[in-house]
Design a protein around this ligand. Structure first.
Ligand code: ADP
Ligand code: MG
Length: 191
């Protein structure tokens, strides 16, 4: 039995993270460290800088990434923990879709489809956000499009740039977390 999954079947989840306030790299790095208390981190995409999305265009550029993890948390527990990690990085919800120190969104939770007032899975805007769409191919063949069942193709640097996503240096200090959990356990429920 391992400490994180507590003997329960690990569920494969994809999370998206973003920061556009303060020390963006530190928020992402410490956010991932915080999440690793609740999940095994298996793969982290490239980090890209991109212009703000959504209705508030007048805000600083984001650093964004997506990651593949496994967890024993139920969807709502996972939302609770991701929001706790956001709070620990000083996130304040002042303006909807405004600047934030750390945003953690649940993109996929296994093949689960959920439509709850507080939690929609897959994330309602996952195809609309270029960084999510374009970076999913960084996470390996275990991550598939829940609709088509197809894996995502990794994008070249130029392809990312063509979408307005500028790859920056990888986050430091996370080697230990990823090394510990390089194997993605297979689950019967997964494709
Ligand atoms: P956004 O991420 O859309 O920019 P917020 O981070 O402020 O905005 O999230 C607003 C609300 O979205 C959260 O309080 C949460 O209840 C809800 N939500 C619905 N589906 C999801 C999801 N898949 N992942 C994260 N939050 C979600
Ligand atoms: Mg969010």
């Amino acid at each position: 039995m391992d400490a994180i999954h507590g003997g329960r079947t690990p569920i494969r989840v994809v999370l998206a993270m973003g920061s556009n306030l303060g020390d963006r790299r530190a928020h992402l790095r410490e956010g991932i460290r915080g999440l690793s208390a609740w999940m095994e981190i298996h793969a982290i995409s490239r980090v890209v800088e991109c212009p703000p999305w959504g209705p508030i265009a007048d805000q600083p550029p984001f650093l964004n990434l997506v990651l593949l993890a496994t967890t024993a948390l139920e969807p709502h527990e996972l939302l609770e923990k991701t929001q706790e990690v956001e709070r620990l990085r000083g996130r304040e919800r002042v303006v909807d879709q405004g600047p934030r120190t750390l945003d953690v969104d649940i993109i996929f939770y296994d093949e689960v489809k959920l439509d709850h007032p507080e939690l929609t899975i897959p994330h309602p805007d996952w195809q609309g956000r270029p960084f999510v769409r374009e970076l999913l191919g960084d996470l390996g063949k275990d991550v598939v499009d829940p609709v088509s069942g197809r894996a995502f193709a990794p994008r070249s640097r130029d392809a990312l740039r063509a979408q307005g996503l500028d790859p920056v240096a990888p986050l430091e200090g996370l080697e230990e977390i990823q090394f510990r959990s390089s194997e993605v356990p297979s689950s019967g429920a997964l494709p």
